[in-house]
Design a binder for this molecule. Structure first.
Ligand code: NIG
Ligand code: FE
Length: 415
Protein backbone atom coordinates (compact mmCIF):
# COMPACT_ATOMS: atom_id res chain seq x y z
CA UNK A 1 0.00 0.00 0.00
CA UNK A 2 1.65 3.25 -1.02
CA UNK A 3 -1.16 5.66 -0.20
CA UNK A 4 -1.02 6.97 3.31
CA UNK A 5 -1.98 9.68 5.74
CA UNK A 6 0.36 10.87 8.48
CA UNK A 7 -1.46 12.68 11.27
CA UNK A 8 -0.32 14.59 14.36
CA UNK A 9 2.99 15.41 12.75
CA UNK A 10 5.46 18.15 13.63
CA UNK A 11 6.63 18.71 10.05
CA UNK A 12 9.91 20.42 9.17
CA UNK A 13 11.26 20.63 5.64
CA UNK A 14 13.32 22.75 3.29
CA UNK A 15 11.27 23.87 0.31
CA UNK A 16 11.80 24.15 -3.42
CA UNK A 17 12.91 22.14 -6.44
CA UNK A 18 16.59 23.09 -6.42
CA UNK A 19 19.51 23.39 -4.01
CA UNK A 20 19.16 25.90 -1.15
CA UNK A 21 22.20 28.17 -1.13
CA UNK A 22 23.96 30.13 1.59
CA UNK A 23 21.61 31.56 4.22
CA UNK A 24 18.61 29.78 2.64
CA UNK A 25 19.99 26.50 3.97
CA UNK A 26 18.96 27.35 7.53
CA UNK A 27 15.37 28.15 6.59
CA UNK A 28 13.11 25.18 7.29
CA UNK A 29 9.35 25.41 7.00
CA UNK A 30 7.76 24.02 10.16
CA UNK A 31 4.12 22.97 10.51
CA UNK A 32 2.99 22.00 14.02
CA UNK A 33 -0.12 19.76 14.22
CA UNK A 34 0.45 18.88 10.59
CA UNK A 35 -0.69 16.17 8.25
CA UNK A 36 0.65 14.65 5.05
CA UNK A 37 -1.45 12.85 2.46
CA UNK A 38 0.21 10.51 -0.05
CA UNK A 39 -1.55 9.06 -3.08
CA UNK A 40 0.16 6.22 -4.93
CA UNK A 41 3.57 7.24 -3.63
CA UNK A 42 3.19 10.96 -4.41
CA UNK A 43 2.59 13.66 -1.77
CA UNK A 44 -0.73 15.41 -2.41
CA UNK A 45 -1.10 17.45 0.78
CA UNK A 46 1.27 18.89 3.40
CA UNK A 47 -0.19 21.35 5.87
CA UNK A 48 -2.16 21.88 9.04
CA UNK A 49 -4.24 18.85 10.01
CA UNK A 50 -7.27 21.11 10.43
CA UNK A 51 -7.22 22.04 6.74
CA UNK A 52 -6.60 18.51 5.44
CA UNK A 53 -8.84 17.56 2.51
CA UNK A 54 -11.79 15.25 3.26
CA UNK A 55 -10.90 11.69 2.32
CA UNK A 56 -13.93 9.58 1.34
CA UNK A 57 -12.21 6.25 0.56
CA UNK A 58 -10.06 6.15 3.69
CA UNK A 59 -9.73 2.34 3.61
CA UNK A 60 -7.28 2.86 0.73
CA UNK A 61 -4.86 4.64 3.05
CA UNK A 62 -2.37 3.45 5.62
CA UNK A 63 -2.97 5.88 8.50
CA UNK A 64 0.02 6.68 10.72
CA UNK A 65 -0.36 8.69 13.89
CA UNK A 66 2.98 10.43 14.44
CA UNK A 67 1.95 11.36 17.98
CA UNK A 68 3.38 14.86 17.64
CA UNK A 69 6.82 13.62 16.68
CA UNK A 70 9.15 15.28 14.16
CA UNK A 71 8.54 14.40 10.51
CA UNK A 72 11.24 15.24 7.95
CA UNK A 73 12.11 14.37 4.35
CA UNK A 74 14.07 11.12 3.97
CA UNK A 75 17.85 11.50 3.86
CA UNK A 76 19.65 11.51 0.51
CA UNK A 77 23.14 9.98 0.63
CA UNK A 78 24.57 11.41 -2.58
CA UNK A 79 28.09 9.90 -2.45
CA UNK A 80 28.84 6.24 -1.74
CA UNK A 81 31.00 3.41 -3.04
CA UNK A 82 28.38 0.84 -2.08
CA UNK A 83 29.60 -1.94 -4.38
CA UNK A 84 32.99 -3.47 -3.62
CA UNK A 85 34.80 -6.78 -3.32
CA UNK A 86 36.70 -7.78 -0.16
CA UNK A 87 37.52 -5.62 2.85
CA UNK A 88 40.63 -3.68 3.93
CA UNK A 89 40.92 -3.89 7.75
CA UNK A 90 44.70 -4.37 7.44
CA UNK A 91 45.09 -0.90 5.87
CA UNK A 92 42.99 0.60 8.66
CA UNK A 93 45.49 -0.81 11.16
CA UNK A 94 48.48 0.41 9.14
CA UNK A 95 47.00 3.90 9.23
CA UNK A 96 46.54 3.63 13.00
CA UNK A 97 50.30 3.03 13.15
CA UNK A 98 51.08 6.14 11.08
CA UNK A 99 50.84 5.08 7.43
CA UNK A 100 49.03 7.55 5.17
CA UNK A 101 46.15 6.84 2.78
CA UNK A 102 48.16 7.96 -0.26
CA UNK A 103 51.35 6.08 0.65
CA UNK A 104 49.37 2.82 0.91
CA UNK A 105 47.81 3.59 -2.48
CA UNK A 106 51.17 4.41 -4.06
CA UNK A 107 52.61 1.01 -3.09
CA UNK A 108 49.75 -0.85 -4.78
CA UNK A 109 47.25 -1.13 -1.93
CA UNK A 110 44.28 1.12 -1.37
CA UNK A 111 41.82 1.33 -4.24
CA UNK A 112 43.85 -1.22 -6.29
CA UNK A 113 43.47 -3.77 -3.50
CA UNK A 114 39.66 -3.48 -3.70
CA UNK A 115 39.94 -3.59 -7.51
CA UNK A 116 41.72 -6.97 -7.28
CA UNK A 117 38.97 -8.33 -5.03
CA UNK A 118 36.12 -6.86 -7.09
CA UNK A 119 37.43 -8.30 -10.35
CA UNK A 120 37.17 -11.84 -8.95
CA UNK A 121 33.93 -11.46 -6.98
CA UNK A 122 30.75 -12.63 -8.64
CA UNK A 123 27.93 -10.19 -9.28
CA UNK A 124 25.48 -11.98 -6.94
CA UNK A 125 27.88 -11.64 -4.05
CA UNK A 126 28.44 -7.92 -4.80
CA UNK A 127 24.66 -7.45 -4.81
CA UNK A 128 24.10 -9.35 -1.55
CA UNK A 129 26.84 -7.44 0.24
CA UNK A 130 25.47 -4.08 -0.91
CA UNK A 131 21.95 -5.05 0.11
CA UNK A 132 23.22 -5.69 3.66
CA UNK A 133 24.42 -2.06 3.81
CA UNK A 134 21.26 -0.77 2.14
CA UNK A 135 19.08 -2.41 4.80
CA UNK A 136 21.03 -0.75 7.59
CA UNK A 137 21.26 2.63 5.87
CA UNK A 138 17.53 2.57 5.16
CA UNK A 139 16.87 2.04 8.88
CA UNK A 140 18.83 5.27 9.53
CA UNK A 141 16.44 7.19 7.30
CA UNK A 142 18.20 7.08 3.92
CA UNK A 143 15.61 6.98 1.13
CA UNK A 144 17.97 7.70 -1.78
CA UNK A 145 21.53 6.49 -2.19
CA UNK A 146 24.04 7.13 -4.94
CA UNK A 147 26.30 4.19 -5.82
CA UNK A 148 29.52 4.41 -7.83
CA UNK A 149 31.40 1.89 -9.92
CA UNK A 150 35.17 2.39 -9.89
CA UNK A 151 36.60 -0.81 -8.44
CA UNK A 152 36.88 -2.50 -11.84
CA UNK A 153 39.12 -0.15 -13.82
CA UNK A 154 38.62 -2.46 -16.79
CA UNK A 155 35.56 -2.40 -18.99
CA UNK A 156 34.19 -5.82 -18.01
CA UNK A 157 34.37 -5.22 -14.26
CA UNK A 158 33.05 -1.65 -14.49
CA UNK A 159 30.07 -3.13 -16.39
CA UNK A 160 29.70 -5.83 -13.73
CA UNK A 161 29.53 -3.19 -11.00
CA UNK A 162 26.95 -1.16 -12.93
CA UNK A 163 24.95 -4.35 -13.42
CA UNK A 164 25.03 -4.95 -9.66
CA UNK A 165 23.77 -1.38 -9.09
CA UNK A 166 21.01 -1.86 -11.66
CA UNK A 167 19.93 -5.15 -10.08
CA UNK A 168 19.71 -3.48 -6.70
CA UNK A 169 17.84 -0.47 -8.09
CA UNK A 170 15.27 -2.67 -9.82
CA UNK A 171 14.79 -5.22 -7.01
CA UNK A 172 11.04 -5.32 -6.31
CA UNK A 173 10.28 -3.65 -2.98
CA UNK A 174 13.80 -2.16 -2.77
CA UNK A 175 13.98 -0.03 0.37
CA UNK A 176 15.40 3.03 -1.32
CA UNK A 177 16.04 4.75 -4.64
CA UNK A 178 19.48 4.14 -6.15
CA UNK A 179 21.25 6.51 -8.55
CA UNK A 180 24.31 5.22 -10.40
CA UNK A 181 27.63 6.87 -11.17
CA UNK A 182 30.41 5.61 -13.45
CA UNK A 183 33.79 6.05 -11.73
CA UNK A 184 36.19 4.30 -14.10
CA UNK A 185 38.54 7.21 -13.36
CA UNK A 186 38.90 6.22 -9.70
CA UNK A 187 42.59 5.31 -10.01
CA UNK A 188 45.12 4.35 -12.66
CA UNK A 189 45.04 0.51 -12.65
CA UNK A 190 48.26 -1.46 -12.24
CA UNK A 191 48.19 -2.47 -15.95
CA UNK A 192 48.59 1.22 -16.85
CA UNK A 193 51.05 2.24 -14.11
CA UNK A 194 53.04 5.26 -15.32
CA UNK A 195 50.77 5.57 -18.39
CA UNK A 196 47.94 7.72 -17.07
CA UNK A 197 47.33 9.41 -20.42
CA UNK A 198 46.89 6.04 -22.15
CA UNK A 199 44.39 4.92 -19.51
CA UNK A 200 42.43 8.14 -20.05
CA UNK A 201 42.50 7.49 -23.82
CA UNK A 202 41.20 3.95 -23.28
CA UNK A 203 38.40 5.18 -20.97
CA UNK A 204 37.32 7.72 -23.57
CA UNK A 205 37.48 5.28 -26.49
CA UNK A 206 36.24 2.09 -24.89
CA UNK A 207 34.64 2.58 -21.49
CA UNK A 208 32.47 5.67 -22.02
CA UNK A 209 30.67 4.14 -25.04
CA UNK A 210 30.29 0.81 -23.16
CA UNK A 211 28.74 2.33 -20.00
CA UNK A 212 26.68 5.01 -21.75
CA UNK A 213 23.06 4.78 -20.61
CA UNK A 214 24.00 2.62 -17.61
CA UNK A 215 24.94 5.49 -15.28
CA UNK A 216 23.57 8.98 -14.81
CA UNK A 217 26.80 10.59 -13.61
CA UNK A 218 30.47 10.31 -14.44
CA UNK A 219 32.93 10.96 -11.61
CA UNK A 220 36.75 11.17 -11.34
CA UNK A 221 39.34 11.18 -8.54
CA UNK A 222 41.09 14.46 -9.41
CA UNK A 223 44.16 14.29 -7.18
CA UNK A 224 47.91 14.75 -7.25
CA UNK A 225 49.53 11.58 -8.63
CA UNK A 226 46.13 10.17 -9.66
CA UNK A 227 44.31 12.21 -12.35
CA UNK A 228 45.69 15.72 -12.36
CA UNK A 229 43.89 18.73 -13.79
CA UNK A 230 44.71 18.34 -17.50
CA UNK A 231 43.78 14.64 -17.64
CA UNK A 232 40.66 15.32 -15.58
CA UNK A 233 39.54 18.13 -17.88
CA UNK A 234 40.08 15.98 -20.99
CA UNK A 235 38.20 13.02 -19.55
CA UNK A 236 35.31 15.01 -18.10
CA UNK A 237 34.78 16.92 -21.35
CA UNK A 238 34.54 13.60 -23.22
CA UNK A 239 32.12 12.28 -20.58
CA UNK A 240 29.97 15.40 -20.90
CA UNK A 241 29.89 14.96 -24.67
CA UNK A 242 28.85 11.34 -24.18
CA UNK A 243 25.83 12.59 -22.21
CA UNK A 244 26.91 12.12 -18.59
CA UNK A 245 26.40 14.70 -15.87
CA UNK A 246 29.60 15.38 -13.97
CA UNK A 247 30.92 14.88 -10.45
CA UNK A 248 34.46 15.18 -9.11
CA UNK A 249 36.35 13.90 -6.08
CA UNK A 250 38.09 17.26 -5.69
CA UNK A 251 40.81 18.69 -3.47
CA UNK A 252 40.56 15.76 -1.04
CA UNK A 253 44.22 15.22 -0.14
CA UNK A 254 45.96 18.33 -1.54
CA UNK A 255 44.86 21.65 -3.05
CA UNK A 256 44.94 20.95 -6.78
CA UNK A 257 42.19 23.07 -8.37
CA UNK A 258 39.50 20.38 -8.63
CA UNK A 259 36.87 22.80 -7.32
CA UNK A 260 37.79 25.40 -9.96
CA UNK A 261 37.61 22.69 -12.65
CA UNK A 262 34.17 21.59 -11.42
CA UNK A 263 32.96 25.19 -11.77
CA UNK A 264 34.56 25.60 -15.19
CA UNK A 265 32.87 22.46 -16.53
CA UNK A 266 29.48 23.02 -14.87
CA UNK A 267 29.65 19.85 -12.78
CA UNK A 268 26.58 19.05 -10.69
CA UNK A 269 28.74 18.56 -7.60
CA UNK A 270 32.32 18.56 -6.39
CA UNK A 271 32.89 16.29 -3.41
CA UNK A 272 35.30 16.05 -0.42
CA UNK A 273 36.95 19.53 -0.74
CA UNK A 274 38.96 19.24 2.48
CA UNK A 275 41.72 21.32 0.91
CA UNK A 276 39.70 23.59 -1.37
CA UNK A 277 41.18 27.03 -2.12
CA UNK A 278 39.30 30.28 -1.49
CA UNK A 279 39.02 30.76 -5.25
CA UNK A 280 37.58 27.24 -5.55
CA UNK A 281 34.89 28.11 -3.00
CA UNK A 282 34.02 31.35 -4.82
CA UNK A 283 34.01 29.69 -8.26
CA UNK A 284 31.72 26.89 -7.09
CA UNK A 285 29.32 29.34 -5.42
CA UNK A 286 29.17 31.41 -8.60
CA UNK A 287 28.69 28.42 -10.91
CA UNK A 288 26.08 26.76 -8.65
CA UNK A 289 28.09 23.56 -8.15
CA UNK A 290 26.89 21.71 -5.03
CA UNK A 291 29.69 21.23 -2.46
CA UNK A 292 29.22 17.68 -1.18
CA UNK A 293 31.07 17.33 2.11
CA UNK A 294 31.94 13.98 3.65
CA UNK A 295 32.82 14.40 7.33
CA UNK A 296 33.06 10.65 8.03
CA UNK A 297 36.06 10.47 5.66
CA UNK A 298 37.87 13.39 7.31
CA UNK A 299 37.17 11.74 10.67
CA UNK A 300 38.44 8.31 9.56
CA UNK A 301 41.58 9.69 7.88
CA UNK A 302 42.26 12.18 10.71
CA UNK A 303 42.24 15.00 8.14
CA UNK A 304 40.89 18.52 8.70
CA UNK A 305 37.16 18.86 8.02
CA UNK A 306 36.00 20.61 4.84
CA UNK A 307 35.22 24.32 5.30
CA UNK A 308 31.43 24.09 5.36
CA UNK A 309 31.02 27.59 6.83
CA UNK A 310 33.14 29.14 4.11
CA UNK A 311 30.94 27.56 1.44
CA UNK A 312 27.68 28.58 3.12
CA UNK A 313 28.86 32.08 3.99
CA UNK A 314 29.96 32.56 0.36
CA UNK A 315 26.47 31.64 -0.85
CA UNK A 316 27.19 28.08 -2.01
CA UNK A 317 24.94 25.03 -1.57
CA UNK A 318 26.34 22.35 0.72
CA UNK A 319 25.25 18.70 0.71
CA UNK A 320 26.42 16.08 3.20
CA UNK A 321 26.96 12.40 2.37
CA UNK A 322 28.59 9.35 3.93
CA UNK A 323 31.20 8.26 1.30
CA UNK A 324 30.74 4.65 2.48
CA UNK A 325 33.68 2.69 1.00
CA UNK A 326 36.00 -0.11 2.15
CA UNK A 327 39.07 2.17 2.37
CA UNK A 328 38.96 5.79 3.47
CA UNK A 329 35.59 5.59 5.22
CA UNK A 330 34.00 2.30 6.16
CA UNK A 331 30.82 3.84 7.53
CA UNK A 332 27.39 4.69 6.22
CA UNK A 333 26.32 6.32 9.45
CA UNK A 334 23.97 9.23 8.94
CA UNK A 335 23.71 9.93 12.70
CA UNK A 336 27.48 10.33 12.97
CA UNK A 337 27.57 12.45 9.80
CA UNK A 338 25.06 14.83 11.39
CA UNK A 339 26.93 14.99 14.68
CA UNK A 340 30.33 15.66 13.04
CA UNK A 341 28.86 18.35 10.77
CA UNK A 342 27.41 20.17 13.77
CA UNK A 343 30.29 19.63 16.21
CA UNK A 344 33.31 20.09 13.91
CA UNK A 345 32.12 21.90 10.79
CA UNK A 346 30.08 24.64 12.43
CA UNK A 347 26.87 23.76 10.63
CA UNK A 348 23.56 24.41 12.35
CA UNK A 349 21.08 21.57 12.78
CA UNK A 350 18.79 23.15 10.18
CA UNK A 351 21.68 23.43 7.70
CA UNK A 352 22.59 19.76 8.16
CA UNK A 353 18.96 18.76 7.54
CA UNK A 354 18.86 20.76 4.28
CA UNK A 355 22.27 19.36 3.32
CA UNK A 356 21.08 15.78 3.80
CA UNK A 357 17.71 16.19 2.10
CA UNK A 358 17.03 18.81 -0.59
CA UNK A 359 20.68 19.61 -1.31
CA UNK A 360 21.58 15.92 -1.48
CA UNK A 361 18.78 15.53 -3.99
CA UNK A 362 20.13 18.51 -5.94
CA UNK A 363 23.57 16.87 -5.98
CA UNK A 364 21.87 13.97 -7.80
CA UNK A 365 19.74 16.25 -9.96
CA UNK A 366 16.50 14.86 -8.53
CA UNK A 367 15.42 17.84 -6.41
CA UNK A 368 12.36 18.25 -8.64
CA UNK A 369 10.99 14.93 -7.38
CA UNK A 370 12.31 14.37 -3.84
CA UNK A 371 14.28 16.02 -1.00
CA UNK A 372 11.44 18.00 0.56
CA UNK A 373 7.90 17.46 1.82
CA UNK A 374 5.76 19.24 -0.75
CA UNK A 375 2.84 18.28 -2.98
CA UNK A 376 3.98 16.67 -6.22
CA UNK A 377 7.12 15.12 -4.74
CA UNK A 378 7.66 11.43 -4.10
CA UNK A 379 6.81 10.43 -0.54
CA UNK A 380 10.23 9.88 1.05
CA UNK A 381 9.54 10.65 4.69
CA UNK A 382 11.02 9.89 8.11
CA UNK A 383 9.50 10.11 11.57
CA UNK A 384 11.85 10.61 14.52
CA UNK A 385 11.41 9.21 18.02
CA UNK A 386 11.04 12.74 19.37
CA UNK A 387 8.96 15.83 18.79
CA UNK A 388 11.99 17.99 18.18
CA UNK A 389 14.48 17.47 15.34
CA UNK A 390 17.14 19.05 17.57
CA UNK A 391 17.62 15.55 19.02
CA UNK A 392 19.39 14.51 15.78
CA UNK A 393 22.98 15.74 16.45
CA UNK A 394 22.59 15.46 20.23
CA UNK A 395 22.27 11.71 19.73
CA UNK A 396 25.92 11.36 18.70
CA UNK A 397 26.23 8.45 16.31
CA UNK A 398 22.99 6.82 17.47
CA UNK A 399 19.86 6.42 15.43
CA UNK A 400 16.76 8.28 16.56
CA UNK A 401 14.74 7.67 13.39
CA UNK A 402 11.70 5.57 14.17
CA UNK A 403 9.80 5.15 10.88
CA UNK A 404 11.10 5.31 7.32
CA UNK A 405 8.77 5.72 4.34
CA UNK A 406 10.17 5.28 0.86
CA UNK A 407 8.03 6.27 -2.12
CA UNK A 408 4.93 5.97 0.02
CA UNK A 409 5.70 2.59 1.61
CA UNK A 410 6.88 1.99 5.17
CA UNK A 411 10.27 0.26 4.77
CA UNK A 412 11.66 0.45 8.30
CA UNK A 413 10.07 0.60 11.72
CA UNK A 414 12.64 0.82 14.53
CA UNK A 415 11.12 0.12 17.91
O1 NIG B 1 35.93 8.93 -1.75
N1 NIG B 1 39.34 9.12 -2.73
C1 NIG B 1 38.91 8.32 -3.51
N2 NIG B 1 37.90 7.48 -3.36
C2 NIG B 1 37.29 7.10 -2.15
C3 NIG B 1 38.06 6.09 -1.40
C4 NIG B 1 38.08 4.80 -2.10
C5 NIG B 1 38.87 3.72 -1.41
O2 NIG B 1 39.81 3.99 -0.65
O3 NIG B 1 38.53 2.57 -1.68
C6 NIG B 1 36.88 8.31 -1.34
O4 NIG B 1 37.48 8.63 -0.31
FE1 FE C 1 34.30 8.82 -2.67
Amino acid sequence: MNSLIIKNATISTPTGNSARKGAEMAALKTIPNGAIVVDNGIITYVGPQDSMPQISDSERYNVIDAGGRAVLPGFVDSHTHLIFGGYRPDEFEWRLKGDSYMSIMERGGGIQSTVNATRTEDVNSLVDKAQWFINRMSAMGITTVEAKSGYGLDTATELKMLEAIDRLATTPGQKLRIISTFLGAHAVPKEYKGRTGEYVDMMIKEMLPAVKGKAKFCDIFTEKNVFEIEDSRRFLKAAREAGFQLKLHADEIVTLGGAELAAELGAVSADHLLHVSDKGVADMAKAGVVATLLPLTAFTLKEPYAPARKFIDNGAAVALATDLNPGSCFSGSIPLTIALACIYMGMSIEETITALTLNGAAALDIAQSTGSLEPGKEADIIILNYENYRMLPYYVGMNCVSTVISRGTVVAQND
